[in-house]
Design a protein around this ligand. Structure first.
Ligand code: ADP
Ligand code: MG
Length: 374
C-alpha cells in the first residue's frame, strides 16, 4: 500500500475504531498537450501524476453515513445536500450514482490526499474518482471505468456546480503507469499511449507559477464564444471539423483562435504518434509549438509561464508549454532527469529576480490511474 493509502486507513481506524472494508486511491493529472481543444470537440493527451487521494470505506453500524477528511480534520455527514465543503465531492458522487439508478446504501469513509488543492493537478477529480471506484467495489455495482468517469463529471457539474470537461476524470480513472491517455472529447473514446519516461531517463516537471487565475473565467468564456462564432462562420459543428485551409475564410480574433484549435488538434494526434515510436524529441518539439500557439494565437499565456518555457529551452528540455487553461496556473517541461533540479533552481532565481510569485514544483513519472488496493 502507498503511504497515502495507509494514512486513509489509519484515519479510518482512529475515527471509527474498526478496519475499513475497501481501500482505493486515484491520482491527479496533468495535460501533456491539447489545450482548449476539449470544448471544441477535439483531442487531449493527459497523464496521471504521482500525487493521489486515497479513501477507506466501510459499513455503518447506525443510522447515518459519515465522511472524514484527514487533511481538513473534519467529520461531515453523508448527505444529499450541497454544503460548500470538501464533502460535496464524495456526496456528489453518491448523488450521481443514485441519479443513474444505482443502489447506494449508507457507508462511512475516510480520505487522505497529497494532490495539491486548486493548483491545476485536479485534486477534485482525484477525490471523485477514488470515491466512485471504492463505492463501485464496496457495493458491487459493476460500473466500467469510463462510466465512473462520466458519473464523476456529473457529480462535479451537477452537484458541486463546477463546469468542467471530461478530461480530468478520464485521466484519473483510466490512466496507467508509464502511459499517457489520448482522449477524443467528442466520442469519449480513450486510448493508452506509451510514455515510459523512466526508461528514457526523462522526467516531467510541473511549475505552479502561483499566479492567481483571476481573469480566467471571463477570458475562458470569451475564448469559447469566439470558437463558437468561428465554427458557425465556417459552417461546421465544432472547430474539430475545420481544416487548416478553411481558415482563410476567417480574419482577426476568430482566425487566431481557430488557428490555435485546428493546429493544436493536429499536434495532439502527431504527439500520440510520436509517443508510439518513443520519439520524445518530436514530442517535445510539439510541446514547444503548442506553447507558442497558446501564447501568440490563443493569447492565454502570462510572463511567468513564458519565462518558465524560455528557461526550460535554455536548459535543453525536450519540450515545455503552459498546461491548463492558462491566465496563470501551471507550466510543464519534459527534461532529462539529471537536469530537472538545475532547471528548478534557475526558475526560482529568475522568478525572484523579476518579482514574480514564488513558484512550486512537482517532478514526476506518468503514474497509475485509480486502483482498489484492498
Ligand atoms: P483542483 O481540482 O484544481 O485541485 P478544485 O477547486 O477543483 O481544485 O478542487 C479542490 C477541492 O477538492 C478542495 O477544495 C476540496 O474540497 C476537494 N479535495 C481535494 N483533495 C481533497 C482531500 N485530500 N480531502 C478532502 N477534499 C479534497
Ligand atoms: Mg478541479
Amino acid at each position: 500500500m502507498r503511504s497515502i493509502e495507509q494514512r486513509a486507513v489509519q484515519a479510518y481506524r482512529e475515527q471509527f475504531l474498526e478496519e475499513p472494508a475497501i481501500i482505493a486511491s486515484a491520482p491527479g493529472r496533468v495535460n501533456l498537450i491539447g489545450e482548449h481543444t476539449d470544448y471544441n470537440g477535439g483531442f487531449v493527451l493527459p497523464c496521471a501524476v504521482e500525487q493521489r487521494v486515497a479513501v477507506a470505506v466501510g459499513a455503518v453500524g447506525h443510522e447515518s453515513g459519515q465522511l472524514y477528511s484527514a487533511d481538513f480534520r473534519e467529520l461531515c455527514p453523508l448527505t444529499g445536500k450541497r454544503t460548500g465543503s470538501w464533502a460535496d465531492y464524495p456526496c456528489g458522487v453518491v448523488w450521481a450514482l443514485t441519479a443513474q439508478g444505482h443502489e447506494v446504501p449508507l457507508f462511512r469513509a475516510t480520505f487522505a490526499g497529497d494532490v495539491p488543492l486548486g493548483s491545476g493537478l485536479s485534486s477534485s477529480a482525484a477525490i471523485e474518482a477514488a470515491t466512485a471506484l471504492a463505492l463501485d467495489a464496496f457495493f458491487h455495482l459493476g460500473i466500467s471505468g469510463k462510466d465512473l468517469a462520466v458519473l464523476c463529471q456529473q457529480a462535479e457539474n451537477g452537484f458541486v456546480g463546477v463546469n468542467s470537461g471530461i478530461m480530468d476524470q478520464y485521466a484519473s480513472l483510466l490512466s496507467q503507469a508509464g502511459m499517457a491517455l489520448l482522449i477524443d472529447c467528442r466520442t469519449l473514446e480513450a486510448e493508452a499511449v506509451p510514455l515510459d519516461l523512466a526508461a528514457a531517463g526523462l522526467t516531467l516537471v510541473v511549475c505552479d507559477t502561483q499566479v492567481p487565475r483571476e481573469l480566467s473565467a471571463t477570458g475562458y468564456n470569451a475564448r469559447r464564444q469566439t470558437c463558437e462564432r468561428a465554427a458557425h462562420a465556417l459552417g461546421v459543428k465544432e472547430l474539430r471539423d475545420a481544416h487548416i485551409q478553411d481558415l482563410d475564410r476567417l480574419s482577426g480574433e476568430e482566425l487566431k483562435r481557430a488557428r490555435h484549435v485546428v493546429t493544436e488538434n493536429a499536434r495532439v494526434l502527431e504527439a500520440a504518434e510520436a509517443l508510439r515510436r518513443d520519439d520524445f524529441v518530436e514530442f517535445g518539439r510539439l510541446m514547444y509549438a503548442s506553447h507558442r500557439s497558446l501564447r501568440d494565437d490563443y493569447e492565454v499565456s502570462t510572463p511567468e509561464l513564458n519565462a518558465f518555457v524560455d528557461l526550460a529551452a535554455q536548459f535543453r528540455a525536450l519540450g515545455a508549454r503552459l498546461t491548463g487553461a492558462g491566465f496563470g496556473g501551471c507550466a510543464i517541461a519534459l527534461i532529462k532527469s539529471e537536469g530537472a533540479q538545475a532547471l528548478v533552481e534557475s526558475v526560482r532565481q529568475h522568478f525572484a529576480g523579476r518579482g514574480f510569485p514564488r513558484p512550486i514544483f512537482y517532478t514526476f513519472q506518468p503514474a497509475a490511474g485509480a486502483e482498489v488496493v484492498r
